[in-house]
Design a protein around this ligand. Structure first.
Ligand code: ADP
Ligand code: MG
Length: 518
């Protein structure tokens, strides 16, 4: 195999690149003379190329600042060793020199979030914000998602810079095509449908990541076409997993694997076309998501998985523990990052399993949550309201008492379902499902009797009883019989016995607030 093909660099002509849709929003802010804007993105180069185009349109200079070079005029291919203006490397000094700029400018400060820890820099920034109100210069802090210090909250306007759109990725592919055109070793598909699937598989990656994945695949297989879609997709899975916040989950479960929960199933069945073009043309907005709360082991996580297979969308699990487990101030930026990623990967089901996880600890630890919970949920809720991409949020919770009330308010989730312990007929059904799963004929087992015996059992405990029964039968040297499972049931103390009060508490809370899933 030959070496990696030369990948395209940003074009000289700013007009040649497709514009990120968010640029319109940034333009509005600049025109309205917002003095301080923070753009949250991992993609410095892509943002700069876009801002270059904006500056060009508004007839302003695009300036950039970094601690290594100081303040200088941005040009598409400036060698990195180029030096900025004298005496502007210091973060405080640059704030002063911005005021002296004679031309209307857009000034981009790189990595500046690091210097906000210094109170003098924060003060300098606030003074600058005030002074800039009477000029045609805007300052942009360009950084990966970070938390703005409280005292700057009112001065800085936050803008999330979403990951590349399909059009931007398509443009990338076209540029790669031009690049390898002369090389007979490399073949990029011309089929529109194949290209669409390739691009779809790359959605959710940064432009640089997508470029790497395409290049790597091209070198490995000599081709970029329909056959390489799984390759590109599995590369993406790895990249997403490395973020440490989201994880692709393989789904085998469907609605048929859930016993009971008829109300929930009906709600879902009615919406099985929710994410199709047909629904959109019919005038329906895509659903935002569901909150499932209730007793442990009764099928909440199972339902989240089944939702992904119903909609035939990938399932991305968001780990709330990882969001809240981080350093103070990082939680909010992490949730932003995760949501950006989900948006990029969409259409998808975003599974927030045990949304309450980590909250109890935070409050109980006495460390003074200092509003982190509020901010994280506030970010989530606002995002759910504003997001227009097809992301279905499936959240589950065991303990609602720790959740901030705004998450439960009407209009956030499409519906809140309460999942209770299964009644006898449902328990019978659950026995049937799990017997089938282990390759046994439910007709040969007295499921009705077992259901009678298991009042207060959760679905998970029923499943466990089937498994213990199997061990018993194996040990006895014969196939499974009803009595094996019955014995296992006798030896089980279901969680609901010890947690009676807690469960009663959730039930009471759910009355009138949540719809019964059964
Ligand atoms: N209603 C149910 N029907 C079939 N199996 C169930 C049901 N509820 C629980 N189970 C079994 O118990 C396991 C654990 O349930 P899970 O969905 O993780 O519970 P939780 O409500 O705590 O998220 C499931 O993977 C499934 O095998
Ligand atoms: Mg669960």
């Amino acid at each position: 195999m030959s070496e990696v093909p030369n990948m395209p660099t940003s074009p000289e002509e700013p007009d040649a690149i497709p514009v990120a849709p968010v640029l319109g929003e940034i333009e509005t802010l600049v025109r309205a003379r917002y003095p301080l804007i923070a753009i949250l993105s991992w993609e410095e180069e892509r943002v700069m190329t876009n801002l270059f185009r904006l500056a060009d349109k508004l007839d302003k200079h695009l300036m950039e600042w970094s601690i290594t070079r100081g303040l200088l005029r941005y040009r598409a291919h400036v060698p990195t060793q180029a030096e900025g203006r004298k005496g502007t490397k210091d973060p405080l000094a640059v704030l002063k020199s911005i005021l002296d700029l004679s031309e209307p400018s857009i000034v981009v400060l790189k990595d500046f979030e690091n210097y906000l820890k210094d109170s003098a820099v924060r003060r300098g920034l606030r003074d600058l914000a005030l002074a800039l109100r009477f000029t045609y210069t805007s300052v942009i802090i360009l950084a990966p998602p970070f938390s703005i210090p409280r005292e700057l909250d009112k001065d800085i306007t936050l803008v999330d810079f979403p990951l590349p759109t399909m059009e931007e990725l398509d443009d990338l592919l076209r540029r790669i095509e031009v690049e390898v055109d002369e090389n007979p070793e490399y073949n990029i598909t011309k089929g529109a449908e194949e290209r669409h699937r390739l691009l779809e598989a790359a959605m959710g990656l940064t432009l640089a990541e997508a470029e790497n994945v395409f290049a790597k695949t091209l070198v490995k297989t000599g081709r970029l076409g329909g056959d390489q879609v799984p390759e590109v997709f599995s590369e993406k899975r790895q990249i997403v997993r490395k973020s440490g916040l989201l994880e692709y989950v393989d789904v085998k479960e469907s609605l048929d694997d859930i016993g009971g929960l008829v109300g929930l199933k009906e709600w879902l069945a009615e919406r099985n076309l929710a994410f199709t073009d047909k629904a959109r043309e019919f005038g329906l907005p895509p659903p935002k998501g569901l909150l499932l709360l209730g007793v442990q082991g009764c099928g909440k996580s199972l339902s989240a998985k089944a939702i992904a297979s119903l909609y035939r969308m990938p399932l991305l699990r968001l780990d709330m523990g990882a969001i809240f487990g981080s350093y103070v101030g990082e939680s909010e930026s992490r949730i932003r990052q995760a949501l950006q990623l989900a948006q990029g990967v969409s259409p998808c089901v975003l599974w927030i399993d045990e949304i309450d996880k980590g909250l109890g600890g935070l409050r109980g630890s006495g460390s003074g949550d200092s509003g982190t919970t509020q901010r994280v949920f506030g970010t989530l809720v606002t995002w759910m309201q504003e997001n227009t991409r097809p992301v279905f949020v499936a959240a589950t919770a065991n303990n609602i008492s720790v959740l901030p009330p705004e998450i439960m308010r009407k209009g956030r989730f499409d519906e809140i379902f309460f999942v209770d312990l299964p009644e006898a007929p449902t328990r019978e059904q659950i026995f049937g499902i799990h017997l089938q799963r282990v390759g046994r004929d439910p007709q040969k087992i007295d499921c009705a009797r077992l259901a009678e015996m298991t009042s207060g059992f959760s679905g998970a405990e029923i499943e466990a009883a089937v498994v213990s029964g199997l061990f018993r039968a194996l040990h006895a040297g014969r196939d499974l019989e009803t009595k094996d499972i019955a014995k296992a049931i006798e030896q089980t103390f279901p969680l609901s016995f010890t947690m009676r009060e807690e469960i009663e508490g959730i039930r009471n809370w759910a009355k009138g607030r949540a719809r019964p899933a059964a």
